[in-house]
Design a protein around this ligand. Structure first.
Ligand code: ACM
Ligand code: ZN
Length: 528
């Protein structure tokens, strides 16, 4: 990190003396911290180029070697060897852990990462350069590191299920944008999608709904009449977690509680206050059917589920939801009222605060940390919870000022299930709203925060709720190209540039085409 600072200072001094020269640029997204294109010449990478690597970085080198196969039309990955000429990778702990330095000369390419993560990101940068330059890489020096430690993307698999193969494809796209957290929303009213061995009913019963709402509004003809479901076995989960880890993405699982849990209540009716049978919900929105916060059996259930979740996911942060929990059932429930009395709680908000704090204690006792949507602030948040600010930025500002870690993900900027154009022409049916590329790109995630509070903003995230996203192609179109704008906020917030972004995006479009990823055309063709 110190090395990069020195470079940036030297570059600033140089610029003071060379105001007349037009700076050439490399069109890389997200924007690197420092690029020097002064050297002349190029280095040609072909399918026969070797990657020179030691054992410690074999995973990163092999992934790159495999990712390049379609580009070079190869039957086998590019060759990784221990000695020779070509693309050499190594680490140096003087560099930021996720940072890298890349030197391209006519003799070869050297990537030095602060760790295996930095090497991985350096190779992602190189992949963009190779693909868009058809193997011809300009001689240059790049020094790079991210702004935010937490660079997240969310995926809701409860409203619509995405196969292991789809999730891996999604992860590939995130990794290419240097995202390092996948927030996997695994349970909700409309489906429970993770196998829990202790409670098989959660998936045998809770993963299926009778039909799906395919229109806006609640007219009978808007339901499709087709049973819908799906879930991940624990082996599937392990497979995806490992796949993500190889790409330096930590998966944060979300188990929703105490609201957004109607599918669990369908499977295990004793989780609710009134214990009557409810269906796996077939409407989008917020249901009054929530877990009972008064019965000890609910806490036992949650701890047993989390025990299995912790075994499956190495992530330090575990997401417990906490959002949109109506309190009608609790007001009428003798168990909830008795718990409030016993704990000296004034109202049902405080009862939710009690549940959240108890779950946090469980997670902490098992070496993990809790993250939740910003409603966890409403019942009195503990100082150690991480808050995901979605209802706006106010919750995040409040939490950061108290010293809680915060992930900023306000709905008006970060809900990528919203439309991308104002006219909505040709977009198909989506939930509502309007978030074009430009709005994401212009976002200042530090707005409203003083220097003291800023340091608690650990990162930013975009969210992909899947009520109207039924397949991987639509998912990709909702994600791209807006993820490119988000990745510049996440990786290079102070390096954004309104005058170069369009040209950079046109270059990135060529990369998306080469990858075979689906993306929305609106930013490129100027549709509003
Ligand atoms: C949310 O959108 N309910 C977090
Ligand atoms: Zn109750």
């Amino acid at each position: 990190m110190r090395r990069l600072l020195t470079l940036l200072l030297a570059a600033a001094t140089l610029m003071l003396h060379t105001t007349t020269t037009e700076a050439a640029t490399l069109n890389i997204i997200p924007e690197p911290a420092y690029v020097d294109l002064a050297a002349e010449g190029t280095y040609l990478v072909t399918g026969k180029t070797h990657i020179i690597v030691n054992d410690e970085l074999w995973n990163e080198a092999e992934l790159f070697a495999t990712e390049m196969m379609p580009h070079f039309n190869l039957k086998k990955p590019m060759k990784c060897v221990k000695r020779g000429k070509g693309i050499k990778v190594r680490t140096d702990s003087c560099i930021h852990e996720e940072g890298y330095e890349m030197t391209v000369s006519e003799e070869g390419i050297l990537i030095i990462g602060g760790s295996a993560k930095g090497v991985f990101y350096g190779l992602q940068t190189l992949r963009q350069l190779i693909v868009v330059g058809n193997g011809v890489v300009p001689c240059c020096f790049i020094a790079d590191e991210p702004t935010f430690a937490y660079r997240g993307v969310h995926l809701d698999v409860a409203r619509h299920f995405f196969s292991v193969e789809d999730v891996k494809r999604y992860i590939d796209i995130l990794a290419a944008h240097k995202v390092n957290r996948l927030h996997w929303h695994l349970t909700d009213d409309q489906g429970w999608r993770i196998e829990i061995k202790r409670y098989p009913e959660l998936t045998t019963k809770g993963s299926m709904r009778s039909e799906t709402l395919i229109g806006h509004g609640l007219r009978p003809e808007f339901w499709d009449g087709k049973p819908y479901g799906g879930y991940y076995t624990q082996d599937d989960i392990r497979d995806v977690v490992e796949y993500a880890a190889q790409r330096h993405i930590v998966i944060i699982p979300e188990i929703e509680m105490p609201g957004h849990a109607q599918a669990a209540l369908h499977a295990l009716p004793w989780l609710g206050c009134h214990e009557q049978i409810v269906d796996v919900w077939t409407t989008w929105g917020v249901t009054p059917e929530v877990m009972c916060a008064g019965k000890e059996t609910t806490y036992e259930f949650l701890e047993n589920v989390l025990a299995e979740v912790i075994e499956l996911f190495p992530s330090e942060l575990i997401h417990i939801g906490g959002d949109e929990c109506p309190k009608e059932r609790w007001k009428e429930c003798e168990h909830c009222q008795a718990m409030m009395k016993a704990q000296g709680l004034e109202n049902e908000e405080e009862l939710q605060g009690y549940l959240v704090a108890r779950i946090e204690k469980y997670l902490n006792a098992h070496g993990r940390k809790m993250i939740g949507w910003d409603e966890i602030l409403d019942g009195g948040v503990t100082p150690t919870a991480t808050v995901m600010s979605w209802r706006g930025i106010e919750g995040g500002i409040y939490a950061a000022k108290r010293g809680n870690n915060v992930v900023m993900t306000p709905m008006s900027l970060c809900y990528f299930n919203f439309y991308q154009t104002e006219s909505r022409k040709g977009e198909g049916l989506h939930i509502g709203g309007h978030i074009p590329f430009e709005k994401v790109y212009a976002w200042d995630p530090y707005a409203g925060l003083d220097d003291d509070a800023r340091k608690y903003i650990i990162g930013v995230q975009c969210n992909m709720w899947s009520e109207y996203i039924k397949d991987i192609e639509t998912l990709e179109v909702m994600l791209l190209p807006r993820l490119a704008a988000m990745s510049e906020v996440q990786w290079s917030v102070d390096r954004r540039n309104d005058t170069t972004i369009r040209e950079k995006m046109n270059t990135l479009r060529g990369f998306y085409d080469a990858m075979g990823w689906h993306y929305a055309p609106y930013y490129f063709d100027g549709r509003k």
